[in-house]
Design a binder for this molecule. Sequence first.
Ligand SMILES: Nc1ncnc2c1ncn2[C@@H]1O[C@H](COP(=O)(O)OP(=O)(O)O)[C@@H](O)[C@H]1O
Ligand SMILES: [Mg+2]
Length: 265
Amino acid sequence: MNALWVRGLEKRFSKGFGRGVIYALRGIDIEVSPGEVYGVLGPNGSGKSTLVRIVATLLIPDAGEVQVFGHDVVREARRVRELVHRVSTEAAFFKKLSPLENLLYGARLYGIPGRVAAKRARKLLLRLGLPSDRIGKPMEQLSRGQQQKVAIARAFLHPPRLLLLDEPTTGLDPRSKREVQELILELREREGTTVFLTTHDMEEADRICDRLAILDEGRIVAAGKPAQLKARVGRDGRKTTLEEVFLDVTGKEWRDDEDVQAASA
Ligand SMILES: Nc1ncnc2c1ncn2[C@@H]1O[C@H](COP(=O)(O)OP(=O)(O)O)[C@@H](O)[C@H]1O
Ligand SMILES: [Mg+2]
């Protein structure tokens, strides 16, 4: 059985007041095996968050089918919600509570005993490079990057069967990016968690994804293992990058406008 199975998925949004529609997803097919780290790589506005929101049962597709471990995201939404956990850049917290308190609150919902949870939460936060003097401070005093780490730690405290990470490292400094990437790989090793993540960071996709789909304007323009994708455009054994793959399949230059991405994420 696939951890995630997507067939012919379409989603459109109305621009409002007769100004037409945006085709955010135009016929997406994806299969993710259990234990895989699968990436969706695409520029700003390509449909990544829409795709993740549909898998997380937060949006209803206009056409097509999506299943999580065999469960339909529309008809069995409640069951799917037990299997997935989505981390996005707009994660919600109790702003007056500290990272530790926010994590402990989450742990209680899952029935993890307080002492065990406190120890694990602290370890995770330090592991992600959150300064130890921040662990007890109110969330609202933390930087965006620090808040993002807390959101990731919360997901890792009680790993779901399918972890959805929508641009987990956007806006983080290079070192924090590494810390998050390593934790993702470690979680997969230790718990066998399936990870479905979006990114616009080519290096990240190349480094941690077993397979990936390149998304452009709501369509998958290429999919496969990073090495396979690169081999397709590499001639004479020359080393290539995913940037060249993108140019090759779309005819467009890859623009890495992280600030624009972060602002609209
Ligand atoms: N709720 C919405 N209403 C109208 N348009 C939307 C909505 N959500 C997303 N879109 C549009 O759908 C397209 C894909 O958006 P999104 O999935 O957020 O892309 P990404 O996450 O890759 O940046 C964009 O053109 C965006 O403006
Ligand atoms: Mg997005």
